[in-house]
Design a protein around this ligand. Sequence first.
Ligand code: 2BA
Length: 109
Amino acid sequence: MKLIIAVVQGEDAQRTVVALTDRGISSTRIASSGGFLQQGNVTLMIGVEDAQVEVALQLIHENCRERSRYLTPVPPLAEPGEFFMAYPVEVQVGGATVFVVPVDSFEKI
Ligand code: 2BA
């Protein structure tokens, strides 16, 4: 068995969960946020038999899009009279960041 941990964008989370559920794959949705952009995203925990890993990865691939996000740099401490113009920086985010981890034990108690 494997645990798939997938960090996806909020906009993609719902349809990814629905697509997984339609194929009989259970998932847990956790609200999270990225360390770089400090913006909300969603982490999906998906426990699957080894034979279902490829299907789950394919569904994540089909449902998660790459998008542009903008990061506004924090102005540095300026000397009096200095002027800093903060231009937003474009960053490409997604489709999804996915970890596939072996599961030693799986129990529902
Ligand atoms: P964030 O950390 O907010 O990162 C958002 C996007 O910013 C990243 O998209 C990447 O394009 C860019 N980025 C991240 N760190 C950067 C850096 N040090 N310098 C320049 N650009 C940087 P993705 O790679 O698609 O990642 C989307 C989200 O997936 C991340 O949000 C984070 O929540 C998660 N993630 C990505 N890599 C991870 C990792 N190795 N471990 C845990 N979570 C990860």
